[in-house]
Design a protein. Structure first.
Length: 586
């Protein structure tokens, strides 16, 4: 039973309880537990072995017992009993954007719809539009949601695929005679969604590697088992392909199977002009019918043989990286070590799971020098948003905390302020003036007209108190499309206003995406790379934001929270003093 499977079981329990109409606090407890487990950077079995389950946010004795039950037996009695109460298709229906538990239960009780297929047929036939609370627009949105769901199931979000790959690799290191091992493919390039997982091994005992791989308890089904390649399906439905190559070919195979396809084609074209041949087995010099192997044990050896400086995997998309390498202008890509503070985090004051003191201690333990607490503003009622009085008290608490813990680490008093429908902010300017940091984000009215939505965001960034626009497109990968905005204009307006844009590291957001980040970088717009952490475990999610930033060619100088605190505060003060309220030309 894997950590990800346990998270899925807890999430399903929450969904099933919601179908039953159970107590909302009980439902939220399972949702929070699932979120905590997904964000955990450690195997749950190891956490239990050191008696650490009760130290996890939101995990009490009852939930810890269920984790133990799942680890020991692979099943949870409470989960199994709930599954018996409802047709299995109802859970699948709840994965559709636009369809929540109340709608699922209503459709089941009213029309007997108990599967995605039946729902699709009913919507296509126009049987939903006359139901109370629905309509033709809702019907159309459900059909779009089903289409998005099917596309999502074809690929796995990075935040799920990466930990799973690391789990496979860790277990193979222990149980198989591997010399070298690495993930490859789109995962190694850190794409936001992944098709199949590719794992590459060098070993002089490939048969033993294949036996160990196909016998792992992560495996649900063995699709194929061969001498040098095997494929399995995991319990989460993801395909994993394992290849074994000789040690002397590991570098060439790693480069080949990392891709991308277009990058490899471009590299081969250069090689051919030099009389070379590239393959997963190595680099060969070709003279007539004779081929002489001249390298391939390492990736560096392969790129050196071709005469192209090697670049990080995240850049290998044939977007100019080979030209930049040959010209000596590859970017000095940002790394996690460059981040000096996280400027978008939440606490128990709103919808976070950790206290101010816990968040500060965790940030300090990571080596950060500052942390901005940005709990939700008052109109975010679902997220327990702070009203003006509560925010003022929090500001005082943060100031007092800094006085008590003045040891080179600073907590910034901030807020994630909702951008209202007309572009106004959720707090008055005089209250925002008292804050050290302001994130402005859209949390509602996602379906406004493109022009209205764009104007809304631009108006917010024209307020000089706003440091950064949070998760600027509002997407949730596989669950909610970006809202319709003119990103070219948003980026131009951000440059004009002097406002930063966020790269939100939460793996179901990764917002801005790499393409938009590259556009904003080229326009000279600064960034903040934040985690949107709601618990101390979420600080580790910065890895996903950094990976996306690297795919976008971002360097430390492009990201404001790589700066020491005095320099960051100087930037904030300059922005506030600049009064960039003049309208950008559209």
């Amino acid at each position: 039973m894997t950590t990800h499977h346990i998270a899925r079981v807890f999430a399903e329990i929450g969904q099933l309880l919601e179908l039953k109409g159970e107590n909302v606090f009980k439902i939220r407890a399972y949702e929070r537990a699932a979120q905590t487990i997904r964000a955990l950077g450690e195997d749950l079995a190891a956490v239990r072995a050191r008696d650490g389950l009760l130290d996890l946010p939101g995990i009490g004795k009852e939930l810890a017992a269920k984790i133990g039950e799942l680890l020991d037996t692979g099943k949870c009695k409470a989960h199994q009993e709930l599954l018996k109460e409802f047709p299995p298709g109802l859970l699948a229906m709840m994965e559709i954007p636009e369809v929540g538990p109340k709608s699922v239960k209503f459709l089941y009780d009213t029309l007997g719809i108990d599967s995605v297929e039946k729902l699709e047929a009913a919507a296509q036939a126009g049987h939903l539009r006359d139901l109370k609370g629905f309509g033709a627009k809702t019907e159309a949105n459900i059909l779009k949601g089903i289409e998005r769901l099917r596309k999502h199931h074809e690929r796995t979000p990075l935040g799920m695929a990466y930990p799973l790959a690391m789990e496979f690799i860790a277990r193979l290191r222990k149980k198989a005679p591997v010399t070298q091992i690495s993930h490859a493919g789109s995962l190694r390039r850190m794409c936001e969604t992944i098709g199949d997982l590719d794992i590459l091994v060098s070993s002089n005992k490939p048969a033993e590697v294949m036996d160990a791989f196909t016998a792992l308890d992560l495996v649900e089904e063995v699709i194929a088992k061969g001498d040098t390649k095997s494929s399995i399906i995991t319990e989460l439905g993801m395909q994993v392909d394992l290849r074994v190559v000789p040690d002397d070919s590991f570098g060439a195979a790693l480069q080949y199977f990392t891709g991308s396809k277009q990058h490899n084609i471009h590299l081969r074209e250069i090689a051919v002009k030099k009389g070379l041949k590239l393959s997963e087995w190595g680099v060969f010099r070709v003279k007539g019918a004779k081929e002489t192997r001249i390298g391939g044990k390492t990736e560096q050896e392969l790129y050196d043989a071709v005469g192209v400086p090697m670049m990080p995997p995240e850049l290998r998309e044939d977007r100019g990286e080979i030209e930049a390498a040959l010209a000596g202008t590859l970017p000095d890509l940002i790394t996690v070590k460059d981040i000096r503070g996280d400027c978008h985090t939440h606490t128990t004051a709103s919808d976070g799971k950790s206290t101010l003191a816990e968040m500060a201690a965790a940030a300090k333990a990571r080596g950060y020098k500052y942390l901005a607490i940005c709990d939700h503003s008052q109109s975010a009622r679902v997220a327990n948003g702070l009203d003006a009085a509560r925010l003022r008290r929090q500001i005082k608490d943060i100031r007092a905390f800094n006085q008590q813990h003045g040891d080179g680490f600073t907590v910034l008093a901030g807020s994630e302020v909702n951008i209202l429908r007309d572009g106004a902010l959720d707090f008055p300017d005089d209250l925002l003036d008292d804050l050290d940091f302001v994130v402005a984000s859209v949390h509602d009215n996602f379906k406004l007209d493109r022009s209205v939505q764009t104007t809304r965001i631009v108006r917010a960034m024209e307020n000089p108190r706003v440091c950064v626009i949070g998760h600027p497109t509002g997407r949730l990968i596989g669950r909610r499309d970006p809202y319709d905005v003119d990103m070219d204009y948003i980026i131009a307006a951000a440059k004009h206003a002097g406002c930063a844009l966020e790269l939100n590291s939460f793996p179901d957001r990764l917002d801005l995406n790499d393409a938009h980040c590259r556009m904003a970088k080229d326009a000279g717009v600064p960034f903040f790379i934040d985690t949107d952490a709601h618990a101390v475990e979420h600080f580790a999610l910065i890895d996903y934001g950094i990976a996306t930033a690297r795919r976008a060619w971002l360097e430390p100088r492009d990201v404001l929270n790589t700066r020491p605190l005095p320099q960051l505060q100087k930037w904030i003060a300059a922005r506030r003093a600049a009064n960039p309220r003049a309208k950008a030309k559209r």
